[in-house]
Design a protein around this ligand. Structure first.
Ligand SMILES: [Zn+2]
Length: 74
């Protein structure tokens, strides 16, 4: 999910996983410094959810396609 800079709306091309590892970052366009610190327990919940999604993708690999594999259908 693309996240725009809250000040100038420039797309930042980062996702939640990247922000959890780099909570303080600077917009390359307007130089605004942003702090996206997430509480540790919420980080654990997100990590669990991402791992569940990976397990589902592995389980159904070969019989289902997911967003990143749409090109294979054409
Ligand atoms: Zn900006």
């Amino acid at each position: 999910m693309p996240l725009p800079c809250p000040v100038c709306r420039t797309p930042l091309h980062v996702d939640l996983q990247w922000l959890m590892q780099n909570p303080i970052c600077q917009c390359p366009t307007c130089q605004s410094v942003m702090n996206f610190e997430v509480p540790k327990e919420l980080q654990n919940e997100v990590t669990k959810a991402i791992n569940n999604i990976k397990k589902i993708k592995d389980k159904y690999r070969g019989i289902a396609t997911f967003g990143e594999n749409k090109q294979k259908l054409i």
